[in-house]
Ligand binder design. Structure first.
Ligand SMILES: NC(=O)c1ccc[n+]([C@@H]2O[C@H](COP(=O)([O-])OP(=O)(O)OC[C@H]3O[C@@H](n4cnc5c(N)ncnc54)[C@H](OP(=O)(O)O)[C@@H]3O)[C@@H](O)[C@H]2O)c1
Length: 287
């Protein structure tokens, strides 16, 4: 995995030959309507080309509107959404995807992800079959041209290995929680060995990591902010962070991560931060 990126518009090549910008813009918890529309427009204006949404976020309509109105050629943008339903069946998978396409009102999406695997804990009898069925429906969307690439989110190696037993298309990305305090090294290594791009959700630990005093000391040493250290750390690990921000200052700050490098010693110190975040809770409860 190469990490010689110089701007948020530089791209990783995925295992299906398509490319993806090395930093994306997140929209979780940004309400549909003016707030999402304005933040995505601002993100595109300052230079982001990748926007991450999900049916679960309830803001696909505003994301799609910003993509249509921003004036940037569609092929320069990268739009990702995620499929999630608590009523898994072939029919609901299809109707959920068509619902996303209608709300986004775009001819195609660049990336569709399984938002969460159906877990062994919650679906002990048929978790493998449900994930396989969801994947088959997504593979058909690629054949139809509605979706360019498909991937997964929150899959540990166990779930990836089960999916690969029947998948015709290899997932191009795995979007996992990844930030100082939650690095998920086993999943990252598994994905990188299988040429699956690791995307980091909550790369700033939803803001919770930023007040850490050690992170503050490291940031001061480089003349950077704690947020920039988190994002640079992710990119140096070969991951693709998806920071969220609302203000223009934050958006611009979060892009200024290509003019310095974190030393190996500081990379290790950051990797050893105590756990903070969601994955432990989700994995313990659902997986
Ligand atoms: N696949 C999944 O299951 C999954 C789960 C969670 C998230 N995600 C994706 O990952 C994206 C990012 O995760 P996230 O939304 O949890 O948060 P995040 O990017 O880790 O952190 C966002 C928080 O940090 C603040 N912030 C942003 N830039 C800052 C800066 N330069 N200085 C100080 N504070 C800053 C923001 O403040 P403001 O509130 O003022 O903007 C916000 O409170 C999501 O939007 C979503 O697209 C995916």
């Amino acid at each position: 995995m190469n990490n010689s990126m110089n701007s948020v518009q530089d791209r990783y090549t995925m295992n299906d030959g398509r490319t993806v910008p090395c930093v994306g813009f997140g929209t979780w918890k940004t309400p549909d309507g003016d707030e999402t529309y304005a933040s995505v427009m601002k993100a595109f204006e300052v230079g982001y080309r990748y926007v991450d949404t999900a049916s679960y976020y309830g803001n696909e309509a505003s994301v799609g509107k910003a993509v249509r109105n921003c004036g940037i050629p569609r092929e320069e943008l990268f739009v990702a959404t995620k499929l999630y339903t608590e009523e898994p069946s072939e029919q609901t998978f299809v109707s959920e995807i068509m619902g996303s396409m209608e709300r986004l009102a775009l001819d195609y999406v660049d990336l569709l992800l399984i938002h969460w695997p159906y877990s062994q804990r919650l679906h002990p009898k048929d978790w493998k079959e449900l994930n396989a069925l969801e994947w088959q429906v997504m593979e058909r969307m690629v054949e139809k041209g509605l979706v360019k690439s498909i991937g997964v989110s929150n899959f540990s190696p166990k779930y990836l290995e089960a999916l690969l037993e029947s998948a015709k298309i290899l997932p191009v990305v795995n979007q996992i929680e990844h930030h100082p305090g939650i690095a998920q090294p086993e999943t990252v290594t598994w994905c990188q060995e299988h040429h699956i791009v690791v995307q980091g959700w909550s790369p700033l630990g939803s803001g919770q990591v930023l007040a850490d005093p050690v992170l503050g000391e490291i940031a001061a040493k480089y003349g950077k902010s704690p947020a920039q250290i988190c994002l640079r750390w992710a990119v140096q690990k070969g991951a693709l962070p998806l920071p969220k921000g609302i203000t223009e200052e934050q958006l611009a700050e979060n892009m200024q991560i290509f003019d310095f490098a974190i030393t190996e010693e500081d990379m290790c110190a950051i990797a050893q931060f105590p756990p903070i975040g969601f994955s432990g809770m989700y994995i313990g409860k659902f997986m």
